[in-house]
Design a protein around this ligand. Structure first.
Ligand SMILES: Nc1ncnc2c1ncn2[C@@H]1O[C@H](COP(=O)(O)OP(=O)(O)OP(=O)(O)O)[C@@H](O)[C@H]1O
Ligand SMILES: [Mg+2]
Length: 337
């Protein structure tokens, strides 16, 4: 039986998801930290996101993860410490932590996962890493021990992790530079080009979430305020779903082409099984309505859409923590004191 003082942590580029076994509770917060004077933490998570692009001088609001990997160890350590406490404030000083981990990590990166869990504890923490595609596969119901080739696309915040599982492990994996942030930028760029209006990335994200769709017939619009690029003054504009869809489609097309190339390069003994099963699609960006039909057409393969979207990785970790037979995919790591 696993100690109840255990957490599952999925450090996403845009959203941190934490599962507490004792509380059977899932916390999901923006992966952001607001720091003053280089070391004084002002806010973390959703509170820090509220300050993003509005922060006064002297306060830095930062995302400490880049493309699914730890970019600033000290910032992630502070963020994690506070969010673990928020998830279960009765947790003792030596929790068990299961992290979903990116593929192809160096020894230095692995040690960073240990360092962020340490947080000055008097006793050594117990830290386990589970490959992210394995977490996704568990929640997607892929039979990891039997599959002869299953492909997963996790379209997240800044990258798409494309992986193939066979022989009980991840055998091929690549990180493609397409995710929610690139789509936000594409929307903001299109509005600047067509309407001479400068909008922030939070506004672009809101437009994408409320208007982007690959289904036909979605004719909606939203009013936004930005800065006129010629006059330099605030101005309102009505943005249509047509404009947002154009920007999103042009950006996603590049990603879809890279996904098709990845599939074409997959050895035939695996691709046969993948084509039979269909490709599994997950991640927060997979919430765009109709994206599975679009990718099916572009890649030329049936797509199985996860119903857990951005929560599929953490749900896989949660299942792994609850079922002993799945914990064979968790690898213990040790750090240096
Ligand atoms: N309804 C929606 N429509 C479109 N995009 C969405 C929607 N909801 C969330 N997103 C996008 O999903 C992304 C976050 O997805 P997710 O939580 O899977 O990423 P992450 O785990 O933080 O990042 P990564 O796995 O790439 O490190 C954000 O870019 C967000 O804008
Ligand atoms: Mg993710």
């Amino acid at each position: 039986m696993l100690s109840k003082n255990a957490f599952g942590v999925d450090l996403g580029t845009s959203v941190v998801k934490i599962y507490s076994l004792r509380k059977n509770r899932l916390l999901s917060e923006h992966d952001m930290i607001a720091v003053m004077g280089g070391s004084q933490v002002i806010a973390v998570g959703n509170d820090a996101y509220e300050m993003f692009e509005k922060n006064p001088p002297g306060i830095l609001v930062d995302r400490p993860m880049v493309s699914g990997r730890i970019a600033d160890v000290a910032e992630v350590e502070m963020l994690l410490k506070l969010l673990l406490r928020k998830t279960d404030r009765h947790s003792s000083s030596r929790p068990l932590i299961y992290f979903s981990a990116p593929m192809n990590m160096s020894e230095l990166e692995k040690r960073a996962y240990y360092a962020i869990s340490d947080a000055g504890n008097p006793k050594s923490p117990r830290v386990f890493l589970v490959d992210r595609p394995i977490c996704d596969a568990i929640s997607l119901g892929i039979p990891i021990t039997r599959t002869k080739g299953s492909m997963i696309l996790d379209i997240g915040a800044q990258s798409t992790e494309v992986s193939v599982i066979a022989g009980e492990q991840v055998i091929v994996s690549d990180s493609l530079p397409i995710g929610g942030q690139q789509l936000n930028e594409a929307v903001a760029n299109e509005i600047r080009r067509e309407r001479n209006l400068l909008i922030g990335s939070r506004t672009a994200r809101r437009l994408k979430i409320s208007l982007a769709t690959f289904l036909t017939g979605g004719k909606e619009e939203r009013r936004v305020t930005g800065i006129d690029t010629l006059a330099g003054l605030p101005r309102e504009e009505v943005i249509t779903s047509d404009l947002v869809n154009r920007a999103v489609e042009a950006e996603l097309r590049k990603g879809a082409e890279a996904m098709r190339t990845f599939l074409e390069r997959t050895p035939p003994q695996l691709s046969g099984s993948i084509m039979n099963e269909g490709i599994y699609l997950t991640g927060g960006t997979a919430r765009i309505p109709g994206i599975e039909r679009y990718l099916c057409r572009m890649i030329g393969c049936r797509i199985n859409l996860s119903r857990d979207y951005e929560f599929s990785t953490i749900k896989g970790l949660e299942e792994l923590m609850q079922h002993k037979e799945l914990r064979r995919w968790a690898h213990s790591i040790k750090g240096k004191r």
